[in-house]
Design a protein around this ligand. Structure first.
Ligand code: GLN
Length: 384
C-alpha cells in the first residue's frame, strides 16, 4: 500500500535500470554514478574525522567548517558573499535539499513550473507537498527554453519556477539570455526560483552561471548543490541549500523534521573537499571532457543522432534510426541483445510521448567501460 501522494510514481527508473544491469550482466551507462573512486585526500579526511571522534549529531543546519567552506566556494564561483551560518543549510544530498526546499516553501495548491525532461524527484516531492505541477518541454536539438510558452504559463498561482543547469538529462546549459528572461518573469510576478546546480563543475562549453548571481535574484532564489558529482562520491549524500535568511527559515524547518542533521564525519571531509585547489576542478573537467568525446564519437559511429551536451555527465541521443517505437522498447532491446544499459527518459516528462524518441547515456565510467559499451553497440545495433 502507498499513500495517495505517491500513488502515481513507480520504482525510480535509476533503480530499475541498475537492477536490470546486474541481472543481465550489461554495461551500466544508465544511473549516473562513477565506477571509479573519489579522491584520496577526501577519503582520508573522513577517516581522520571518524578517528578524531566527530561522530555525534552535527549542528542541525551543518557543521560550521562545512557551512564556511560552502560559502567560500560560492563566493569563488558566483561572486556572491553569503553568511555561512544564516544562509547555508547542509542536507543529505541534493535530493534532500530539493525536498526541504519544496516542503519548506510550497503550500498545497501552489503552482510550480518545471522544465521537462526533469529529474524524477522534483515531481514526486512536489506531489508530497500538494503542489500543482506545470511543465514546459525543452525540445531537441538544442533544448532551448520556449520563452513565450513559459511566459504564458506563469499565472497568479505560480509560486516557484525550478531550473536545473547544467541540465540532467539533456546536457543543456541555460544561457544568460534564458536565465535573464526567467529572472524577469520571477521578479514581475513575485515568483521564487529553485536552482539545482549539482553539475556546475561539469560545464564544458561555457562557464556555469548561477541564477542567484543574476541581478535581483539572490533574494528570491534557493541554490542547491552537492558533493557527489564533483568529487565522485555519490554515496556520501552530502548536499546543501543556499538562500537568503527569510527563505532559509522554511528550508531549515523542513530539514529539521526530515533528517534533523546529516553525517558528521562526512561533513567534515566535505569541507576539506570544497577547499581543493583549482587544479582539482580543472582536472575533473578535462577528464570528463575526454570521456564525453569518447562516448559521443562512439554513439555517432553506432548510428545514433547525438544531441550536443555542454554540461553534466550525460548525453541525450535519438534512437529512431534503429526502428523502435519508443524509448522503453529500445532500452529493453539494448539491455537484452546488446548488453548496455541506458535511461529511457520518457519518465521525466508529464507527457511521456515527448521523450519517446530519446535515450540518455552517462559517461561517468572508466574509459575501458565506455569503449566496451561502444564496441557492443557498434557490433550489434543495425539501422532500419
Ligand atoms: N542523479 C543520478 C542520475 O540522474 C541518479 C540519482 C538516483 O539514482 N536517484 O542518473
Amino acid at each position: 500500500t502507498v499513500a495517495k501522494r505517491l500513488e502515481k510514481f513507480k520504482t525510480t527508473i535509476f533503480t530499475q535500470m541498475s537492477m536490470l544491469a546486474v541481472k543481465h550482466g550489461a554495461i551500466n551507462l544508465g544511473q549516473g554514478f562513477p565506477n571509479f573512486d573519489g579522491p584520496d585526500f577526501v577519503k582520508e579526511a573522513a577517516i581522520e574525522a571518524i578517528k578524531a571522534g566527530k561522530n555525534q549529531y552535527a549542528r542541525g543546519y551543518g557543521v560550521p567548517e562545512l557551512n564556511s567552506a560552502v560559502a567560500e566556494r560560492f563566493l569563488k564561483d558566483s561572486g556572491l558573499q553569503i553568511d555561512p551560518d544564516k544562509e547555508v543549510t547542509v542536507t543529505s544530498g541534493c535530493t534532500e535539499a530539493i525536498a526541504a526546499t519544496i516542503l519548506g516553501l510550497i503550500n498545497p495548491g501552489d503552482e510550480v513550473i518545471l522544465f521537462a525532461p526533469f529529474y524524477d524527484s522534483y515531481e514526486a516531492t512536489l506531489s508530497m507537498a500538494g503542489a500543482n505541477v506545470k511543465a514546459i518541454t525543452l525540445r531537441p536539438p538544442d533544448f532551448a527554453v520556449p520563452l513565450e510558452e513559459l511566459k504564458a504559463a506563469v499565472s497568479k498561482n505560480t509560486r516557484a519556477i525550478m531550473i536545473n543547469t547544467p541540465h540532467n538529462p539533456t546536457g543543456k546549459m541555460f544561457t544568460r539570455e534564458e536565465l535573464e528572461f526567467i529572472a524577469d518573469l520571477c521578479k514581475e510576478n513575485d515568483v521564487l526560483l529553485f536552482a539545482d546546480e549539482v553539475y556546475d563543475k561539469l560545464a564544458f562549453e561555457a562557464d556555469h552561471i548561477s541564477m542567484a548571481s543574476i541581478p535581483g535574484m539572490y533574494e528570491r532564489t534557493v541554490t542547491m548543490n552537492s558533493l557527489g558529482k564533483t568529487f565522485s562520491l555519490t554515496g556520501w549524500k552530502i548536499g546543501w541549500a543556499i538562500a537568503p535568511p527569510h527563505l532559509t527559515w522554511g528550508v531549515r524547518q523542513a530539514h529539521s523534521f526530515l533528517t534533523f542533521a546529516t553525517s558528521t564525519p562526512m561533513q567534515s571531509a566535505a569541507a576539506a573537499a570544497l577547499r581543493a585547489p583549482d587544479s582539482y576542478f580543472e582536472e575533473l573537467k578535462r577528464d570528463y571532457g575526454a570521456k564525453k568525446a569518447l562516448l559521443v564519437d562512439g554513439l555517432k559511429a553506432a548510428g545514433f543522432i547525438v544531441y550536443p551536451s555542454s554540461g553534466t555527465y550525460f548525453v541525450m541521443v535519438d534512437h529512431t534510426p534503429f526502428g523502435f517505437d519508443n524509448d522503453i522498447e529500445f532500452c529493453e532491446y539494448l539491455i537484452r541483445e546488446v548488453g548496455v544499459v541506458a535511461i529511457p527518459p520518457s519518465v521525466f516528462y508529464l507527457n511521456p510521448e515527448d521523450g519517446k524518441n530519446l535515450v540518455r547515456f552517462t559517461f561517468c565510467k572508466d574509459d575501458d567501460t565506455l569503449r566496451a559499451a561502444v564496441d557492443r553497440m557498434k557490433a550489434k545495433l543495425r539501422k532500419k
